[in-house]
Design a protein around this ligand. Structure first.
Ligand code: NAD
Length: 293
């Protein structure tokens, strides 16, 4: 029987840490971290994600602002909004909820966010920083995955880690973060041959595919740490991950459930990044003030 990794609990611990630090910033410096979230269009899943982000901001004592724009918003209008937010002193983090309507280039929009406020860490600048191991912000979902692995107490150095999925927002950065912890990392994807065999050698298996029941028991090594990033709906419409939980759980050493695993961590790490952005802004203005004296 595996130990179930309680993502809600680990996320609550991260948020408590953030809330404490936010309180200290308020008491000592009179500043409140601020996050702006932009949502364009009416995607129902995006609406839920945005309202959860707002709720998390309230929980940790941040100022938050949700900017809702209609589907027909032009790229230019969106870039203007970002430009204004980049200049606002009360906004430390800017997040554009993806996906955007097809007529807007996600690349152009993400690149327009100031790297200092890019708390999702999706901009080329911050992606590059992660790549060379000098990250300011870690991408939220991969950072959440790493926190969950850390919570198991399993040492990553020298371990065989397999990530299924090579997206820019989950698979690739997760692999990089595992590598930075000295793991031996294999990235699998839709063209990988002998997937089950490769996965079955993993001490840590991270699945970010987006297909229900994709990871089966034969793909899992006895005692492995299994992290399920997938968010899917099964044939009954119930939320589920990529992992066939009932058959994998008895074989794994540690496993994340869906819901209640990686999902809550993504938002907790977003709060951590926003706090980091606030602290960096304060440090930089303190430096500037000292120079002027
Ligand atoms: P994506 O569609 O961009 O990437 C999916 C990856 O799966 C691709 O790299 C593809 O090569 C790989 N893949 C597809 N079929 C495969 C196969 N047969 N064998 C091996 N690999 C295969 O998706 P994404 O944005 O990386 O998200 C992946 C999943 O994680 C989705 O379910 C998404 O909803 C979920 N997600 C969850 C969170 C969270 O907070 N929990 C955050 C982001 C994404």
């Amino acid at each position: 029987m595996a130990t179930i990794i309680d993502g809600k609990q680990v996320a609550a611990e991260v948020k408590a840490r953030v809330a404490k630090e936010a309180q200290r910033l308020g008491d000592e410096l009179g500043i409140t971290p601020g996050l702006a979230v932009i949502i364009v269009g009416n995607d129902p899943a995006s609406k839920i994600y945005v309202s959860n982000k707002k709720k998390a901001c309230d929980e940790v004592g941040f100022y938050s602002e949700v900017i809702r724009k209609p589907e027909k918003t032009t790229q230019r209008e969106l870039l203007e909004i970002i430009d204004t937010l980049n200049k606002r002193i009360d906004i430390d983090g800017i997040l554009v909820q993806l996906p955007l309507p097809k007529h807007i280039s996600e690349k152009a929009v993400i690149s327009a966010i100031s790297p200092k406020k890019d708390v999702d860490a999706f901009s080329p600048f911050n992606v590059g920083k992660v790549m060379i191991g000098e990250s300011v912000f870690l991408p939220c979902t991969p950072a959440g995955v790493m926190e969950l692995i850390k919570s198991t107490g399993v040492e990553l150095s020298g371990k065989n880690c397999v990530v299924i999925g090579r997206s820019n927002i989950v698979g690739k950065p997760t692999a990089l973060l595992l590598l930075q912890q000295n793991a031996t990392v294999t990235i699998c994807h839709s063209k990988t041959q002998n997937l089950a065999e490769v996965c079955s050698k993993a001490d840590v298996l991270v699945s970010a595919v987006g297909k229900p029941n994709f990871v089966t028991a034969d793909m899992v090594k006895e005692g492995a740490v299994v992290i399920d990033v997938g968010i899917n709906h099964n044939e009954d419409g119930k939320l589920c991950g990529d992992v066939k939980f009932d058959e994998v759980e008895p074989k794994a050493g540690f496993i994340t459930p869906v819901p209640g695993g990686v999902g809550p961590m993504t938002i907790a790490m977003l709060m951590e990044n926003t706090l980091k952005a606030t602290i960096l802004k304060e440090k930089s203005s303190a430096k500037k003030a000292a120079k002027k004296q």
